[in-house]
Design a protein around this ligand. Structure first.
Ligand SMILES: Nc1ncnc2c1ncn2[C@@H]1O[C@H](COP(=O)(O)OP(=O)(O)O)[C@@H](O)[C@H]1O
Ligand SMILES: [Mg+2]
Length: 334
């Protein structure tokens, strides 16, 4: 697999009626990483996942998933992937355990093997004690965890998660991410996850691709993306600042700009931690005492705004409403 779990090349989807949902997207997901597709509602995230998981046919371009071509070898692709869709797929009238067993039978997993795995997965997602309850009695967080367990029944090497935390409260979202990180750390699983939560991409994504209007605008680790946007901001309160000190700061290699604002000195640098020592000594050289120093990184929101010209926070409301109106797709019983 040469270290690349997924390699998309010019992947494109035009829906009947002419909607260009995904527009010549190319990216690589490395083995064992959490790769986050970050973008607003309608950006093309689910469509991208649909194509990579072989349920949607690309209009143009292709991708290798686990080394297999999604167009020429869809069965091979399906064998190495797990998929957890945005919509719930569990049958409300069945228990959690029975839903997992049903999934196992769809994969043709022998019953005894499936039993062991189902119990192990239920344990992993903390649903052991609720396994014999009907899914209709589950909370939103429990349903998400069940969907996650169902997506893992075939022991996938590559896992696709489409908005796994959509509409959940902050605590439940954190719990879901604990499981996702565990899959990466303990099983070395490669995980492609979509989200429109900036904090999630920031905290958990090894690399993040910003997607908007079907196009990937940039890809990088959260740190790389933040550095591109403008680096760190150091705010100083001093015993008084003379022009000479301002010039001394400006002449430092790492300093991009120095501003005086509300009696404070605001310094922009590419990398805060490495710039602080020289800033401190430059000021000391001018006989200036630092009373207070703080540093802040650009937020993912600032990164997002710089690429798209608008804030993702303004847009997330509508998708949460849509989520409330979700419908559980009932799977035909085997
Ligand atoms: N089955 C479909 N037929 C026509 N247009 C669609 C269909 N599914 C999605 N779209 C459109 O494609 C675009 C991308 O949708 P989607 O991939 O669901 O985005 P996301 O998952 O990022 O919210 C949107 O404009 C959406 O309205
Ligand atoms: Mg979607």
């Amino acid at each position: 697999m040469s270290g690349e779990a997924i390699k998309a090349t010019g992947l494109t989807k035009v829906y009947p009626g002419g909607v260009l949902a995904v527009d010549h997207v190319s990216f690589t997901v490395n083995e064992g990483e959490v790769f986050a597709l970050l973008g607003p509602n309608g950006a093309g995230k689910s469509t991208t996942i649909g194509m990579l998981t072989t349920t949607l046919k690309p209009t143009d371009g292709t991708a290798l998933v686990g080394g297999h071509d999604i167009i020429r070898e869809p069965e091979k692709v399906r064998r190495v992937i797990g998929v957890v869709l945005q919509e719930y797929t569990a049958d409300e009238d069945l228990t959690g355990y029975d839903n997992i067993m049903l999934m196992a039978s769809l994969y043709g997993i022998p019953k005894q093997v499936a039993k062991d795995r189902a119990l192990e997965l239920l344990e992993m997602v903390g649903l052991s004690s609720a396994k014999d309850r009907k899914v209709e009695t589950y909370s939103g967080g429990m349903r998400r965890r069940l969907e996650l367990a169902m997506g893992l029944i075939n022991r996938p090497r590559i896992l696709f998660l489409d908005e796994p935390t959509l509409g959940l409260d902050v605590q439940t979202r954190a719990a879901i991410w604990d499981y996702i990180i565990k899959l990466k750390q303990e099983y070395g699983m490669t995980i492609l996850v979509t989200t429109h939560y900036l904090e999630e991409a920031d905290m958990y994504g090894d690399r993040v691709a910003i997607i908007d209007h079907g196009k990937i605008l940039d890809i990088g680790s959260p740190d790389e993306l933040k550095n591109k946007v403008g680096g760190d901001m150091i705010t100083l309160e001093t015993s008084g600042l003379v022009d000479g000190a301002q010039n001394a700061l400006k002449s430092l290699n790492q300093v991009r700009s120095v501003e005086l604002k509300d009696g404070k000195v605001i310094i922009k640098v590419s990398d805060g931690p490495s710039a602080i020592p020289s800033i401190v000594s430059a000021l000391q050289g001018q006989g200036i005492t630092i009373l207070r120093l703080s540093m802040s990184r650009p937020t993912m929101d600032e990164v997002y705004i710089s690429y798209t010209g608008r804030s993702l926070r303004d847009e997330s409301g509508s998708s949460e409403e849509a989520f409330v109106m979700r419908r559980t797709i009932r799977r035909a019983r085997a």
